[in-house]
Design a protein around this ligand. Structure first.
Ligand SMILES: [Zn+2]
Ligand SMILES: [Zn+2]
Length: 112
């Protein structure tokens, strides 16, 4: 079991309360000033580079800050630096298979 700090517990309470009050639900969090600031801080920490691409030796500009432990399940970690990582949109899509509703371009047909 993970122990949360008081600050993390308060963050979770805050996120739950803003999501209940909003038609945007949990996504309301991404509209808050606190997140905008945190996001900026993480991008700066990661030098605006996608951290997955970087591991592969590629340098791609990050466009998103991703919650490694997803916001919905772990609102406590919403603002915890260790849980946040800068990613490019391609890598971000790959870490969110659940978001891929759209059909993927052309599939390679198998050839016999
Ligand atoms: Zn990437
Ligand atoms: Zn994400």
């Amino acid at each position: 079991m993970q122990q949360y700090t008081e600050e993390q517990t308060q963050t979770a309470d805050w996120i739950r309360s803003i999501s209940e009050d909003s038609v945007h639900g949990i996504k309301q969090f991404y509209r808050t000033y606190i997140w905008t600031k945190k996001r900026q801080q993480i991008l700066e920490r990661d030098h605006n580079m996608c951290q997955i691409c970087k591991k592969k030796g590629r340098y791609t500009r990050a466009s998103t800050v991703h919650h490694m432990k997803h916001l919905k399940e772990y609102p406590e970690l919403a603002l915890t630096d260790d849980n946040l990582i800068s990613l490019c949109s391609d890598c971000h899509e790959k870490v969110h298979p659940e978001k891929q509703y759209k059909p993927k371009g052309f599939r390679n047909l198998e050839r016999w």
